[in-house]
Ligand binder design. Structure first.
Ligand SMILES: [Zn+2]
Ligand SMILES: [Zn+2]
Length: 251
């Protein structure tokens, strides 16, 4: 990383609040974003299908009203309401319907454990395989890699997803195949500074495709909003042209 350069995010649209399992309020995230010179902050709590920390459907309206209130108090920043939907093997391969997606300014999607959807037994096997065999034993099977990749690729084609969050996290995935799907669906690939994905190796693979990247803090505490350094570092180590990271400002 070049020491004489300053890196900042123009927008950070992957942040969490107390409406899922973040620690701060929407206003807390907004205040830190302003302090860090972020122009646009997005609140993207976890999709409603997650059994322990999914956003409650009844709170979507509450969140929207809160954002409308904050927009009047903090006109110097754009505040958006998004959602980090869960990729799961079910209709549309997400835990929100196309109708529900319209309630948000944008939809992010990523793979997480704890979502069971319409086929709970199948989901349980998928999560158990990823959690135990990949997560704890650092191994995988070709079959599980295929399943993980398929549900991700299908979710990308069947929905309007702005960012694929932390690709490659929590299981084995075919990053080349997923990158191709992101290219064809015009989906941004995330370099998360919370999760270590995309990894340096996976950035190298993804960079071979005509995709753009975005760095997100995925902040679960307000003080992490706008955090970008770990992402910049991985991108540089992977030899990525920083101009391909659409929300990065280098001064
Ligand atoms: Zn996530
Ligand atoms: Zn997240």
């Amino acid at each position: 990383m070049e020491k004489d350069k300053k890196y900042r995010l123009k927008y950070d649209i992957h942040t969490h609040t107390i409406f899922s399992h973040g620690k701060g309020t929407i206003e807390d995230n907004v205040k830190v974003a302003i302090d860090r010179g972020v122009d646009t902050i997005g609140i993207s709590d976890h999709g409603p299908g997650h059994v322990s920390y999914g956003v409650k459907r009844k709170n979507i309206r509450v969140m929207r009203e809160e954002i409308d209130r904050l927009k009047l108090i903090y006109p110097q920043i754009d505040i958006l309401l998004g959602i980090e939907a869960n990729i799961i093997n079910s209709s549309g391969n997400l835990d929100i319907t196309k109708e529900e997606a319209k309630l948000f300014d944008y939809v992010l999607a990523g793979y997480h454990y704890g979502v069971f959807g319409e086929r709970p037994v199948k989901a349980l096997f998928t999560h158990a395989n990823n959690y135990i065999i990949y997560g704890a034993m650092k191994k995988t099977t070709k079959r599980q890699r295929r399943i993980n990749t398929d549900i991700t690729v299908k979710a990308l084609y069947e929905n309007d997803i702005k960012i694929l969050t932390h690709p490659g996290d929590k299981g084995a995935f075919d990053i080349a195949e997923i990158s191709k799907a992101c290219e064809e669906t015009n989906t941004l690939m995330e370099i998360s500074t919370w999760h270590k994905c995309l990894t340096i190796e996976d950035i190298k693979i993804a960079a071979k495709y005509d995709v753009s990247f975005i760095i997100s803090s995925d902040a679960h505490t307000p003080e992490r909003v706008g955090d970008c350094l770990g992402g910049v570092e991985r991108a540089l180590k992977a030899g990525l042209d920083l101009n391909r990271i659409i929300n990065l400002k280098v001064e």
